[in-house]
Design a protein around this ligand. Structure first.
Ligand code: NI
Length: 181
């Protein structure tokens, strides 16, 4: 495995509509492994192939679900602490959104290809996505919340769309956020 260089604006590959993946060969497996390593090293929670200069419909996502419910105050002292939720890794090839919730939510996004900027973006709260796994087998995902947001951000990358296209509200934070995609 090897780290790939993350391309940033104004590289035109970020604006191209990426081509469907048709060959599930050794080269693709290497690209997927490299993208996972590059995402983790960045660090980021998602990375689309155009972000490493490859105009193909492929993205990797790794996200750790946060516990929303704060049960700390009601839990009895005898209950063992909950183990941290494991990180989930998704590999999505030729993804398609087949269903999107009417409900939309605002959230703050950053992008590894647009360093130094954050923006407030409205996204569908939940999605059904069909895609292929790394071996070309069909897979389906039902995602919601922050994970659904990451899926939408990555699928946008495959269509040459960046989060800055979707909002008027963009700013330069003093510190980079961690969950860049
Ligand atoms: Ni991005």
């Amino acid at each position: 495995m090897a780290l790939r260089e993350i391309v940033t604006l104004p590289d035109p590959v970020l604006r191209r509509k990426a081509k469907s993946v048709t060959k599930f060969d050794k080269e693709l497996q290497t690209l997927i492994d490299d993208m996972i390593e590059t995402m983790r090293a960045a660090p980021g929670v998602g990375l689309a192939a155009p972000q490493v200069g490859i105009s193909e419909r492929l993205a990797v996502i790794e996200y750790e679900e946060e516990d929303d419910e704060d049960e700390g105050e009601t839990a009895s002292a005898e209950e063992p602490p909950k183990p941290p939720s494991p990180k989930q890794l998704f590999i999505i090839i030729n993804p398609e959104i087949v269903k999107a919730s009417e409900e939309k939510v605002m959230g703050i996004e950053g992008c590894l290809s647009i360093p130094g900027l954050l923006g407030e973006v409205e996204r569908h709260e939940a999605l059904h996505v069909k895609a292929m796994n790394r071996h070309g087998k069909p897979v389906k995902f039902k995602v919601d919340g922050w994970l659904a947001r990451i899926f939408q951000h990555e699928i946008d990358h495959l269509n040459g769309v960046l989060f800055t296209d979707l909002t008027e509200h963009i700013w330069q934070p003093k510190e980079e956020i961690e969950d860049r995609v």
